[in-house]
Design a protein around this ligand. Structure first.
Ligand code: ADP
Ligand code: MG
Length: 616
C-alpha cells in the first residue's frame, strides 16, 4: 500500500485553524482590539460596516511593527508575546498563540498599515487567502491599522451561516464592551455604517460603565473591593432591586481579560440569594487580579474560559465580599455606612500610646445613639442636636459653673459672636459645656480636669477620615453647582490634576473638562463652598508639586490631607457652643482623634492635680 499521509498546505491548515478562532465578525473584532491593547495603544478606533461582514477596521496608536514583523505577524504561531512554554505562566498580554492574524488572513481580504515610533516610513501589506499580494513602504502615523474585508469570502458555507446584521452587530458590541470595560484608561471609539456608536474617553471603571450603560447605571452600582493573598477583587455589583429578567450585565474580568466562569457566577448568585426575585439575574462588573502563575487561560482557543488553581477560596471570598458590600450599601441606606466604622469606635483613650493624653471617659457612652447626625455625606458638617444626647454631658462635669462665671483666672473668654455658619443652629437646653479661647481653642471640662482642643487641627482630622472613607467607598455625595466653575491653569498643572482626578471624583468633585489649560467643575464635595473651590485646588496643586505621590494609597492620603487642610475651620473663626460640641463629638468618632493628619496634637488635657500644684 502506498504512503497516504501528507502535510496540509499552510493555507489549508490556516483555514482549519481559522474555524476555531473566527466564528463570526465579532471574533475578528475581539482579536484586533486585543492586539491593539497588547501593543500599548491609548486610543483605539473600531470601524464596522454591515455588521462586520463587509469591513472591520481597527486603528490604534500603539507600538506598530517593523516591516519584517509586519510580514511575520501573519505566519501561524508567529507571536512576539511568548518565547518559551514557561512564559505561558507569566502572561500579561491578551494574545500569545500567534494564530489570530494568520487565521483572519486565511479567510478574508486583509490590509495592514503599520509604523513604529522610530521608523521614518511605514509598511503596507495586502493579504488575500493567506497570500501576500502587495507589500510596500507607505507614509503612515505611528501605530497600526488593520482592515478586514469580505470575511469568509472563500468559505461560502461559513458566510451563509452568519446571522442577520442586527444579531452580528450585537455580538460585535458585546466584544467591544468587554474590551472597553476592562481598559477604562484607553480611549475607544466605535463607528458603524458611518455613525458613532460609542465614544469613550479615558475614565475610571465606574465612569466607563456609566458611559456604556447610561447615566442611570451609576446609581445602581454598589462598589465591591477586597484583597487577599491570592486574589484582588474590585468592581461593582448592581443593586438587587435592579436585577434583570435576562442575563444582561454580567462581567468577570481576570487580569483585564473578560472571562466566563459558571463557577464564579454561582458565587455571585449565591451572594444575592434572598435579595432578588426568582427568575431574575444580578448584574455585576467584577475585576479580579490574580498572579498569572495561578491561572490557566490556555484551555480554549477563544480564551474566555479560565482555570484557577485555587477556585474554592476565590469562590468563598467573592461570595463573602459581595454579601458584605450589599449589606453595607444597598440594603441599608448609604448614610448608615458610617455606623460600621465610627459608631463602634470605642472611647478607648487609655489604650493609646503613653505619649497620648489620658482622659477618663464613660465607656458605655455612645454619642451617636439615637442621633442622626453622622453619615459621610456632609463629611463632618451635619447639624448636631445636643438634645438627643443626654449622656454627652458626662464628659463635661462642672462645665456649667465654669462658664457661668464668665471668667477664670488668666483666661479671657471670647465673645460668642458667630462669623460663619458651619452648622445649622440648634438651641441647647442644658447650657454651655464648652467655650472658645482666642477663637482658636475649644476648652471643655472632663472628669479629671480640662481638655483643650485645637479647632483647626481637630477639624482636619475629622475631614481627613471622612474624605478617605469616601475615596474608598466611592459613594461620596456631590454638591451640584448652579453654574460650572471654570479656572485656568498651566498644562503642567492640568496634568497634575489629571493624576488625581479619579480620587477627587470619589470625594464628590465632578469635572466637566480637565484638559489643555482649563478645568471646568460642575460639582464639589459636600461641605465645600463655591467661593473656596479655587483656593482648595491651588493648595492641592502646591501640595502635589511638593510631594509627587505614587499611585494608590499614598496618593489618596496626600489628597485627603490637602483637602482636609483647605476645608478645615480656620483658627480665628468663632464657633457657636453647639458647633464646638459638634466638633468634639465628631473628633471622638474618629479612629485617631488625638493627632492631626500631619501628626500634630489635636488636643491636650490638664489634670485638676496640675492646677492644684499651681495654687500651692
Ligand atoms: P498573538 O496576539 O497571539 O501574538 P496575533 O496573530 O494576534 O497573535 O498577532 C501576531 C503578532 O503580530 C503579535 O504577537 C504582535 O507582535 C503583532 N501585532 C498584531 N497586531 C498588532 C498591533 N495592532 N500593533 C502592533 N503589533 C501587532
Ligand atoms: Mg492577538
Amino acid at each position: 500500500m502506498p504512503d497516504i499521509i501528507q502535510l496540509l498546505p499552510d493555507h489549508v491548515a490556516n483555514q482549519i485553524a481559522a474555524g476555531e478562532v473566527v466564528q463570526r465578525p465579532a471574533s475578528v473584532v475581539k482579536e484586533l482590539l486585543e492586539n491593539a491593547i497588547d501593543a500599548g495603544a491609548t486610543h483605539i478606533k473600531l470601524v464596522v460596516k454591515d455588521a462586520g461582514k463587509t469591513l472591520i477596521q481597527v486603528i490604534d496608536d500603539g507600538s506598530g511593527m517593523s516591516d519584517t514583523d509586519a510580514r511575520l505577524s501573519f505566519e501561524r504561531h508567529a507571536t512576539s508575546k511568548i518565547k518559551s512554554a514557561e512564559d505561558l505562566f507569566n502572561l500579561h498580554t491578551k494574545g500569545f498563540r500567534g494564530e489570530a492574524l494568520a487565521s483572519i488572513a486565511a479567510i478574508a481580504h486583509v490590509e495592514l498599515k503599520t509604523k513604529t515610533e522610530s521608523a521614518e516610513i511605514g509598511t503596507r501589506i495586502v493579504i488575500e487567502g493567506s497570500k501576500v499580494v502587495e507589500q510596500e513602504a507607505v507614509v503612515s502615523p505611528k501605530g497600526t491599522t488593520i482592515s478586514v474585508k469580505n470575511l469568509f469570502y472563500n468559505i461560502p458555507a461559513r458566510r451563509n451561516f452568519l446571522k442577520s446584521n442586527p444579531v452580528e452587530t450585537r455580538h460585535i458590541i458585546d466584544e467591544f464592551h468587554r474590551v472597553a470595560l476592562a481598559h477604562p484608561q484607553v480611549q475607544f471609539h466605535m463607528i458603524h455604517n458611518g455613525s458613532d456608536v460609542f465614544n469613550l474617553p479615558v475614565s475610571n471603571p465606574r465612569q466607563r460603565i456609566t458611559r456604556i450603560f447610561g447615566s442611570k447605571a451609576n446609581e445602581k452600582l454598589v462598589p465591591v473591593s477586597e484583597e487577599t493573598e491570592i486574589v484582588k477583587v474590585d468592581g461593582f455589583v448592581v443593586k438587587p432591586e435592579y436585577a434583570k429578567k435576562s442575563r444582561g450585565e454580567q462581567f468577570f474580568f481576570v487580569n483585564h481579560r473578560f472571562i466566563k466562569s459558571p463557577y464564579l457566577h454561582h458565587a455571585v448568585n449565591s451572594a444575592f440569594e434572598g435579595l432578588i426575585k426568582e427568575g431574575t439575574y444580578p448584574g455585576y462588573f467584577l475585576f479580579l487580579e490574580i498572579d498569572p502563575k495561578s491561572i490557566d487561560i490556555n484551555i480554549h482557543p477563544t480564551k474566555t474560559e479560565i482555570k484557577f488553581d485555587d477556585e474554592h477560596s476565590i469562590y468563598a471570598m467573592l461570595r463573602a465580599t459581595i454579601k458584605h458590600s450589599l449589606g453595607q450599601f444597598s440594603i441599608s441606606p448609604v448614610l448608615d455606612f458610617n455606623k460600621d466604622s465610627s459608631f463602634d469606635t470605642p472611647y478607648e483613650y487609655s489604650k493609646k500610646s503613653p505619649t497620648n493624653p489620658t482622659i477618663e471617659v464613660d465607656k458605655t457612652f455612645n454619642p451617636f445613639k439615637d442621633s442622626a447626625t453622622t453619615g459621610l455625606k456632609g463629611m463632618g458638617k451635619q447639624p448636631y442636636n445636643p438634645k438627643k444626647d443626654p449622656h454627652w454631658e458626662s464628659l463635661y462635669v462642672g462645665m456649667k459653673d465654669l462658664t457661668k462665671e464668665g471668667t477664670v483666672e488668666g483666661v479671657q473668654f471670647e465673645s460668642q459672636e458667630v462669623t460663619g455658619s458651619f452648622f445649622e443652629s440648634s438651641e441647647t437646653e442644658q447650657g454651655q459645656t464648652t467655650f472658645q479661647i482666642q477663637n482658636k481653642y475649644i476648652v471643655s471640662s472632663i472628669k479629671s480636669g480640662i481638655m483643650v482642643i485645637h479647632q483647626n487641627l481637630a477639624h482636619q482630622r475629622i475631614l481627613y477620615e471622612g474624605i478617605l472613607r469616601n475615596m474608598t467607598v466611592q459613594e461620596a455625595v456631590s454638591q451640584q453647582l448652579l453654574f460650572p466653575l471654570e479656572f485656568d491653569y498651566t498644562p503642567d498643572e492640568i496634568g497634575l490634576l489629571t493624576t488625581v482626578k479619579e480620587p477627587l471624583e470619589h470625594t464628590g468633585f465632578v469635572f466637566d473638562a480637565l484638559e489643555g489649560e482649563k478645568v471646568t467643575i460642575s460639582g464639589v464635595a459636600a461641605g465645600i463652598s463655591e467661593s473656596t473651590v479655587k483656593e482648595i485646588l491651588d493648595a492641592l496643586l502646591s501640595d502635589l508639586k511638593e510631594e509627587v505621590p505614587d499611585a494608590g494609597f499614598s496618593q489618596n492620603d496626600l489628597l485627603a490631607k490637602s483637602l482636609a487642610k483647605s476645608m478645615a475651620i480656620k483658627s480665628g473663626t468663632a464657633l457657636r457652643p453647639e458647633e464646638q460640641e459638634h466638633l468634639i463629638h465628631q473628633l471622638f468618632a474618629c479612629k485617631e482623634p488625638s493627632v492631626s493628619p500631619n501628626n500634630k496634637k489635636t488636643l491636650i488635657t490638664m489634670e485638676a492635680s496640675d492646677f492644684d500644684k499651681k495654687f500651692m
